[in-house]
Design a protein around this ligand. Structure first.
Ligand code: CA
Ligand code: CA
Ligand code: ZN
Length: 383
């Protein structure tokens, strides 16, 4: 049950932007459900997912739900523009990732195919002097809010300033309010630099209009907020993403398959346990061939030169869990010595006598593989 929903409009007087920008709106309650009649217990730490949407979307008005492109902010319903060019996307995304890097929060710019996520719409919506708007969601009661940052490619704000708006709006969707310290991401007026979520109890502004006092009271005296501690409590510390085995596999070609030189074929990867992947990247002989952001995860190959090729995929699912497939070996223009197909004409042996497979090939892996040249087999005939 939601105790308080308010929205917060954020404005910034960034040093790197023209004209002064001031806070132009205070949190305004939209609904007040049973106003604090039932105390809310803090949630157990769980990984957060933030989807920074640079691509625009058409939003409906209704109960906030990023997964359904539905916003509770009626004035933001309708078409929302894309960020524009692509030159500042990566740097902006990276700066948002940096802001949330102490916490178990995954920040992506592809829409997760499953699970809850906060979506930050980033684009040149005209809102006067206001640079961002978000619902203020005390205790993060709503799992999939939509927040807004009115930045675009080439808009004179640095990547860290753009990110600061995005990160602040996202943090409002976790119940964080504005504080009176220019070094904190939650400061409502930018003073440039590269603020962070500070580990300090800081006065909430504008006092006394505080919506999420019960949440802030877990770490600070009345009317103060510790941004860092609140995020740490909600999400826990950042954890290294451990590869999880056996959830993705290359299903075609099969390990050990033999192909002709230059023969076109397809490499197909599939989820083993049915989960969707936000990104699946193919590696052939350790070279990154490219990613697929939705099923089917397939890559057309025009044909390979003679050699033994090794392919595997790395998949990242919606929650940020990474997994690596078992490698498959593809014998191109060569017989697979482990496959008994009646040929049996071994004429050369690796590594000295056979091809090594191409750039990035890890030496030694096939040191004991017997390599057979098909063409020579044909010439010699089976023995
Ligand atoms: Ca929320
Ligand atoms: Ca920052
Ligand atoms: Zn704000």
């Amino acid at each position: 049950m939601l105790a308080w929903v308010a929205w917060i409009a954020c404005a910034w007087a960034a040093d790197d932007a023209p004209g002064p920008r001031r806070v132009s709106a205070d949190p305004v309650p939209i609904t007040d459900v049973d106003a604090l009649a039932t105390p809310i217990a803090p949630k157990a730490a769980a990984r957060g997912v933030v989807y920074v949407n640079f691509d625009g979307a058409t939003l409906a008005f209704g109960q906030d739900d990023a997964t359904a492109d539905r916003t509770i902010l009626e004035e933001l319903a309708g078409p929302f523009p894309s960020f524009g060019g692509s030159s500042q996307r990566a740097a902006t995304l990276q700066a948002v990732q940096l802001d949330f890097s102490p916490y178990d929060v995954v920040v992506v710019d592809n829409r997760p195919s499953a699970g809850a996520y906060t979506m930050a719409m980033v684009g040149p919506h005209d809102a006067g002097t206001v640079l961002g708007i978000a619902p203020l969601d005390c205790f993060d009661e709503w799992p999939s809010n939509i927040v807004f940052a009115f930045h675009s490619d080439g808009d004179n704000y640095s990547a860290s300033s753009k990110a600061n708006t995005i990160s602040q709006e996202v943090a409002h969707s976790y119940g964080l309010e504005h504080v009176d310290h220019a070094g904190d991401i939650m400061y409502p007026v930018s003073s440039g630099g590269d603020p962070a979520f500070l580990d300090q109890c800081l006065p909430i502004v504008p006092a006394p209009d505080i919506a999420c006092g019960q949440q802030h009271a877990e770490h600070c005296p009345d009317a103060q907020q510790n941004s860092h501690r609140e995020l740490l409590r909600r999400f826990g510390p950042a954890t290294p993403v451990e590869p999880e085995d056996g959830v993705i596999a290359i299903t075609s070609p099969a390990d050990g398959d033999e192909l002709d030189v230059g023969e076109p074929f397809e490499i197909v990867a599939q989820s083993v346990d049915g989960r969707d992947f936000a990104n699946v990247v193919l590696f052939v002989n350790e070279a990154n061939i490219g990613g697929r952001t939705e099923a089917p995860y397939t890559w057309a190959v025009d044909g390979l030169t003679e050699g033994v090729w090794q392919a595997y995929v790395i998949g990242v699912d919606a929650s940020g869990l990474m997994s690596r497939s078992e490698p498959v070996e593809i014998f191109v223009g060569l017989d697979n010595p482990d496959r008994d197909d009646g040929g049996g004409c071994r004429v050369a042996r690796g590594p000295d006598g056979g091809p090594t497979g191409g750039p990035g090939w890890s030496a030694g892996v096939f040191a004991v593989v017997w390599l057979i040249r098909r063409r020579r087999c044909a010439t010699l005939g089976p023995t």
